[in-house]
Design a protein around this ligand. Structure first.
Ligand code: GUN
Ligand code: FE
Length: 380
């Protein structure tokens, strides 16, 4: 099957994935996230965590990942180099934030953020993403400078938007002159056809229309949305507005670094909404599969390279064994052990999504190179 695309994951939060899910977003950031991210000033610590997250996501079949790192330029570059060394297709963002942070050892000034971003995006080996953390963490001045850097260098942009009601209210207070949360990013040239925004649970139809008009895309992070009690994205409405959409694990707001999990949660979330509104069609597994592959590659503007097996694209692929010995499912007579999945179209194939895990992903290829299982030449 085609390789999986994680459109939103915080590599720097991997160490505490599966814990610390007892607070809503804004308190969660100050209590758990910022203190952990501040530790990535230490390159040895960064190397240890970043190797683990790249190896774990590759084993889970993530052939393309769009990462948030931390505010530290050198550690962010290191993440890109580690992904390159392991052969993962990656986009990496050095996080920018110049206000509203209660953790004093995890701060940058407007000038530092701008200068370090310029240094970061000019480093040749890593595919950089301009990464304002989210509007509450950034002054208007910083957002404006980041918009200019992205425009002048034709770069990808990533951030968060409308994840949680308290956050949406805070943005209204911080940017009283703007019409909506989306309008804040739009005003600073941060909504472009190379922008991907995580969450978007509370976007209005008007804001979704702005996304479509600018070509900006959304990353749906269902595990995180539920784990932090943030909200549930109405995927059907996003698709109706023709907004490009991919899936994200959003580790560590989401506790799983697996796109198989994200596909399941996306379907579960959509079924919850459908139970409340009988007019709403729940997401099908074909749609969930598409979001995790081609949808993600479109959302990241990488669909000329990856996302499916169209002739001319790179060979990003997983070899899946449904019945691997010791795997999560017992041998069932009527299953065929070998199928090539170019398109998921029957319930048997749906089992890949619903009943399997990384044990069933026996080989992973990125651009034709076999990157899993790891070999003797794989970096330590
Ligand atoms: N909004 C701003 N920063 C973050 C983050 O690290 N995780 C999530 N889920 N939302 C955010
Ligand atoms: Fe996030």
């Amino acid at each position: 099957m085609p390789g999986l695309v994680d459109t939103h994951i915080h590599a720097s939060q991997y160490s505490y994935a599966g814990t610390a899910l007892d607070l809503p977003l804004l308190q969660w950031l100050n209590t758990y996230t910022f203190p952990v991210e501040s530790q990535f000033k230490d390159l040895d610590f960064a190397r240890k965590v970043y190797k683990q997250v790249v190896k774990r996501t590759l084993r889970n079949g993530t052939t393309t990942a769009c990462y948030f790192a931390t505010i530290h330029t050198d550690a962010s570059l290191l993440l890109g180099e580690i992904a390159n060394a392991f052969g993962q297709r990656s986009l990496v963002g050095k996080v920018c934030m110049d206000r509203n942070n209660s953790v004093k050892q995890y701060k940058e000034t407007l000038q530092e953020s701008q200068e370090e971003t310029s240094r970061y995006v000019n480093y040749p080996l890593v595919k950089p993403v301009v990464t304002p953390r989210f509007a509450p963490s950034c002054t208007g001045a910083l957002l404006g400078q980041l918009g200019a850097i992205a425009k002048n260098n034709n770069l990808h942009i990533q951030s968060h938007i409308s994840e949680n009601p308290e956050e949406v209210m805070l943005v209204k207070e911080l940017f009283p002159e703007t019409e909506s949360y989306s309008d804040v990013y739009y005003k600073y040239n941060l909504l472009t056809d190379k922008t991907i925004m995580a969450h978007g649970c509370y976007l209005s139809d008007k804001e979704l229309t702005l996304f479509r008009e600018t070509g900006a895309s959304l990353s749906h992070c269902p595990n995180s949305n539920i784990s932090l009690c943030s909200g549930i994205l109405n995927v059907r409405n996003v698709l109706k507005h023709n907004v490009k959409l991919g899936l994200g694990t959003d580790v560590a707001g989401g506790y799983s670094a697996s796109l198989l999990d994200a596909m399941r949660r996306a379907q579960d979330s959509s079924k919850v909404l459908a139970m409340q509104d009988p007019d709403l069609e729940p997401l099908t597994f074909e749609e969930a599969f598409r979001l995790a592959t081609l949808g993600g590659s479109q959302a990241l503007s990488l669909d000329d390279q990856t996302g499916n097996f169209e002739v001319g694209k790179d060979f990003d692929a997983l070899r899946v064994n449904l019945l691997v010995p010791g795997g999560p499912i017992d041998l069932i007579q009527h299953e065929k052990p070998k199928v090539i999945v170019t398109e998921i179209k029957n319930n048997n194939n749906n089992k890949i999504i619903n009943c399997r895990d990384d044990r069933n992903i026996v080989e992973v290829f990125v651009a034709g190179r076999r990157v899993v299982p790891f070999t003797d030449s794989t970096p330590e």
